[in-house]
Design a binder for this molecule. Structure first.
Ligand SMILES: [Zn+2]
Length: 67
């Protein structure tokens, strides 16, 4: 089982992706650390990494996460 989430919006830190967690269907929040952006589930802590095109202009085109 896989899920594809496509978004046209620019990723912004702290933005919340509602009910998008593959593990628990909980809300996830975009966060950032030294390595770049990642998306962490607020409910279960599941982390996924979006594919980004550049580091300065970060756009989320598509990302997949395996079940
Ligand atoms: Zn979760």
């Amino acid at each position: 089982m896989s899920e594809v989430v496509a978004a046209q919006n620019v990723i912004q830190e702290h933005s919340v992706l509602f009910k998008s967690c593959a593990r628990c269907s909980g809300d996830r929040q975009v966060r950032r650390d030294f390595d770049g952006y990642y998306i962490a589930c607020l409910s279960c802590g599941h982390v996924t990494y979006p594919e980004v095109t550049t580091q300065e202009v970060v756009r989320l085109l598509e990302w997949k996460f395996a079940s």
